[in-house]
Design a protein around this ligand. Sequence first.
Ligand code: SF4
Ligand code: SF4
Length: 309
Amino acid sequence: MKKLFRILRWGKLTGLHLLLTYMCNAECDHCFLYCSPRLRGTFTTSQIREVLDEAVKIGTIKSIYFEGGEPFLFYPLMLEGIKMARERGFKVGIVTNSYFATSKEDIELWLKPLCELGIADFRTSNDPYHFENEADNPAILTQKTAKKLGLPAAEIHIDKPSVDEKKVQGKGEPVIGGGTMFRGRAVEKLTAGLPQKPWDEFTSCPYEDLESPARVHLDSYGNVHLCQGLNMGNMWETPLSEMVKNYDAGSHPICGPLVKGGPALLAREYNVKHEDQYVDACHFCYLVRLELLDKFPQYLTPKQVYGIE
Ligand code: SF4
Ligand code: SF4
């Protein structure tokens, strides 16, 4: 019976997102992976092949995303990875910050090879974190060119945190709008001055289905992220298909408490000292995990995602 429940759980896993690299030409305040030009490392071709072969074995994976960091920094590897994913019948998505968009003619140089491979989802980040002018910038030019070439282009838009005193939630607290996730660099750069709530109100994880994830993020160090810096395990040590099939959130030392009682229970479980108030559940969860890095190095890693280079 336990095995059947596990099959039902992993059956929801349909997407693998490859963090092709943590390196990025930018260093955005809201980046929940703490990406920057200083970070190094990417997959090798054979590592991507291994991931894709494991994806086939899992049996429920439908799509592979190439993102980062900035995946276009490793353009030939990204193309080869996409080709291998398409050969195995997966849909492919890409997320980019359009740093390469110097002119329409040059954007076509970068995008035409993608058209030949068949891309299902092509996303460009276009928001105040990436560009001051959202009406006319490299992301807009990239989207227009992509659409002209027949790529299914769409944008990712996240606004800076704004406090709406009129809209209230729960017990009348102001709502923080904009869609910024308070994890990674966003905690360091963007939480100051925002309204906060008592720590013991954060009794669930609001954004990730940690028991039965629909997608996981993979990095070149082998980490299989359920949330940024919170890992199911290491796929270079345990084959991904095996790890996914044996995953049980209840026996995971971090996910277990998070599923049962959110960041509040995680802090209680390991006696983590904390503040009285936080902006939201992720803000609290991220800071509790930061305190637990050395206790659970196999599950809370890599340190660079916590701003430790
Ligand atoms: S949010 Fe995107 S563009 Fe900004 S630093 Fe992170 S990966 Fe780079
Ligand atoms: S509560 Fe924790 S695990 Fe859940 S989405 Fe937020 S940071 Fe991730």
